[in-house]
Design a protein around this ligand. Structure first.
Ligand code: RUQ
Ligand code: CUA
Length: 728
């Protein structure tokens, strides 16, 4: 260990090298209290020695049942109160116990629902590992608050700081989750996002034009060529938007968007398909024999625009739209799509500078099915279907008719034949409607009440969530017989089996995501956290293993074996590759610069100080931009930065990253700033002051420099200098 270059402490004390609290980093170098020299600020004896000043420097069919159903929807949870027996039995505890220091088998990604985020849990323990901010600002790490990430929340409506996220979807290769990316949709202001799974960070967000309520999203094709987004609410599309609501049937349309998703930074709407004005709800891609097709549920074939609860629950059947997207591609190539003016925003965070930029797009290709024969067919499906799920073989298309008394399953083979034989019962706006009996593979009889979503275990079994009867029902593909039921608490929505919507499910666990919690946990006032339940599906009978609370409302989830992700994790950002224009790679590069009424402070954070840590010459009326770089090159060593009275945020800095905080000092005085992340034994010492003078004051703009920086500037710290130099 090299000697510490301690040149002096404010109290005149000296910390012996043996008591240096800093942990040696990967390179064995000591970090810590090496050079926080705060000398007499106002009394420099020589510019070089005591006070180098960095000035101006360097920057859910039963018609009869419908009414009863509505009641059921409301009382579902009370009807299914638990008998506090037979729940977790036998070895349940042992099945979920992950010993301290041991890793979980799976990473699971649960949608944060109305929180707009994603929560990452380890399975089988149910431990919360991380919240990944996506569509909402996140005070845990500054996403959407700091200058660099703000643009991620930009839309054509301006900044949307809190949205509703529903369906996480892992990228796939050959129909199997591959662990590269996770996608998720924003439901309210329709958008899709890409999360990079080497950093668990949202890198890209694309707004969807001609859409309102991006619910059937962002399900992927087996090769991740496209992810999709379908509009939940039909709206007027095109130039005339100001129409009477009662002109719904003439003017309101739906759209199905196919978004190219294969290349980070290049997400874009490849094409949209103009659809009748129904409500498009969920979707899933075909695979195997049905590869090249995409299936979307729709409800409200009634075209209701008021009291949908009753008016959109009249028809015995609604539709699943089966889209031949290869046909759509061909029509686009043949020039059969129309370019429609549209305004939507694409946001992307450059991985090197970690700066987000928002770019406006102005046009989108729209296919009218009348101009592209064979691109879409309607599959009549009972009743007000919600989920649509394709089994691992790609042959069966299962619908969750939320008002249906059966679970209808369509056959892809029959579908293809019905198309070839033109077994149509009618046509809706250019879309042929296939005959139900011609495409039906089978119906699961008496499955329960309120089927919503189905997942598969890869062993020929399907599991469907029953919202009203609050249970998960296991049934057999091909025979359609119900073989098991498991009550869940309460009112289950989506269920998830790792890989359960793919070609190769890892059919070991099932997670039930329940909408209502009530008495499952210690009461926490009127609002309880929503609840997930972990079920063992390895045996003939399902076994309840665990309850765990969730963040927001977990609509859907995805999970993948830990081994497919864990070894690819980025541990810190390379300082040398940091291209943020305000990066400061070494203490000696710290700076303070005035550009009119804006003061830029180029600052570093390292265990256990900031440099500079004394700043003067800022005036009321100035805008101060703190560009802080965490120059640590070591895993999980973060620093924070907060200034008294700061309105926008704190900063939290990952190792090697630069973040900017904008501060508007309103009153003269002395403002302390400090590190908000307990980083080291001398974390409490990691602080500084900034002096604010009245407007027009003649206090010169100055920032101090640490002994370390001095040494660097003088050539005394060769390693840092070499690093600083190498970085350029
Ligand atoms: S939803 S409870 Cu937003 Cu996927 Cu079905
Ligand atoms: Cu840096 Cu605490």
């Amino acid at each position: 260990m090299r000697p510490l270059p301690v040149t002096g402490l404010a109290d005149g004390g000296r910390v012996p090298a043996g008591r240096d609290p800093a942990v040696p980093n990967a390179t064995g170098r000591q970090r810590g209290i090496t050079a926080p020299v705060a000398r007499a600020f106002d009394a420099p004896t020589s510019t070089e020695d005591h006070m180098s000043r960095l000035q101006s420097s360097r920057r859910l069919s039963l018609t009869a049942v419908a009414g009863a159903t509505a009641v059921g929807l409301i009382f579902a949870c009370q009807a299914a109160r638990p008998k506090p027996t037979t729940l977790a039995s036998g070895d349940a505890a042992g099945r979920v116990y992950v010993a301290p220091g041991q890793y979980d088998e799976f990473y699971s990604f649960l949608s944060g629902g109305f929180s707009g985020q994603i929560a990452v849990y380890g399975l089988p323990s149910g431990r919360l590992l991380k919240v990944v901010p996506v569509f909402s600002q996140n005070p845990e790490n500054g996403y959407g608050y700091n200058d660099e990430s703000k643009a991620m929340l930009e839309t054509t409506f301006g900044s949307v700081p809190w949205d509703d996220s529903h369906h996480p979807e892992l990228s796939q290769t050959d129909g199997v989750p591959d662990g590269r990316w996770l996608f998720i949709n924003a439901n309210n202001t329709p958008r899709v996002a890409r999360i990079d799974l080497t950093r668990f960070e949202t890198d890209e967000i694309l707004q969807i034009p001609n859409a309102a309520g991006g619910h059937a999203s962002p399900f992927t094709t087996p090769d991740t060529k496209y992810i999709v987004s379908a509009t939940r609410f039909s709206v007027p599309i095109g130039k005339i938007k100001d129409v009477a609501i009662n002109t719904y049937k003439e003017n309101f349309k739906g759209t199905l968007s196919f978004i190219s998703a294969n290349e980070p930074g290049k997400m874009d709407v490849a094409f949209q398909i103009l659809m009748p004005g129904y409500n498009y709800d969920l979707g899933h891609a075909g695979k195997g024999p049905s590869d090249g097709w995409f299936f979307f549920t729709s409800y409200n074939s009634e075209g209701a625009y008021t009291k949908l609860e009753v008016n959109a629950s009249q028809n015995d059947k609604d539709f699943i739209a089966a889209v031949n997207y290869r046909k759509a591609e061909a029509c686009v190539a043949e020039g059969k799509a129309k370019a429609m003016p549209a305004s939507y925003i694409h946001n992307y965070t450059d991985p090197k500078s970690r700066i987000a930029t928002a770019t406006r797009k102005t046009s989108v290709k729209v296919i009218d099915p009348r101009d592209c024969e064979g691109v879409v067919y309607y599959l009549p499906t009972p009743k007000s279907p919600h989920g649509v799920d394709v089994d691992p073989t790609g042959e069966y298309i299962v619908a969750g008719g939320k008002l249906a008394t059966v679970i209808p399953v369509h056959s892809f083979t029959k579908l293809a034949k019905a198309i070839a034989d033109k077994q149509f019962e009618s046509t809706v706006e250019g879309i042929p409607v296939l005959k139900y009996d011609a495409i039906l593979a089978g119906e699961v009889q008496k499955p329960g009440l309120g089927p919503l979503h189905t997942e598969f275990d890869g062993k020929g079994n399907a599991y469907t969530s029953m919202f009203i009867s609050s249970e998960v029902v296991k049934w057999k593909l091909g025979t359609w017989e119900v073989v098991d039921r498991m009550p869940v608490y309460y009112s289950v929505g989506h269920i998830m089996i790792p890989g359960g919507d793919s070609k190769k499910p890892w059919g070991k666990y099932l997670v039930a995501m329940n909408k209502i919690t009530k008495d499952r946990y210690l009461p926490t006032g009127p609002e309880m956290a929503q609840s997930a339940q972990l079920i063992d599906i390895t045996g003939e009978k399902m076994k309840m293993l665990l309850d765990f609370p969730t963040i927001g409302e977990p609509h859907y989830a995805q999970a993948i074996p830990a081994g497919m992700i864990k070894d690819k994790q980025v541990k810190f950002h390379s300082l040398a590759e940091n291209t943020n224009p305000h990066v400061v790679r070494a203490e000696s590069e710290a700076s303070i610069t005035r550009v009119g009424k804006t003061v830029h402070v180029g600052m570093i954070a390292i265990r256990s100080h900031f440099a500079p840590d004394n700043i003067e010459g800022v005036q009321v009326g100035d805008t101060v931009k703190f560009h802080v770089t965490n120059i640590e090159q070591d895993w999980d060593i973060l620093h924070g930065f907060a200034v008294l009275g700061q309105n926008t945020a704190e900063l939290i800095l990952q190792p090697g990253e630069t973040r900017t905080m904008t501060w508007l000092p309103k009153e003269e005085g002395i403002y302390p700033f400090y590190c908000t992340d307990f980083c080291s034994a001398l974390h409490q010492e990691m602080s500084g002051y900034i002096r604010v003078s009245p407007a027009g004051s003649n206090v010169p703009l100055v920032a101090n420099i640490s002994a370390k920086a001095r040494a660097q500037l003088a050539g005394g710290d060769d390693k840092d200098k070499a690093r600083a130099r190498g970085a350029r």
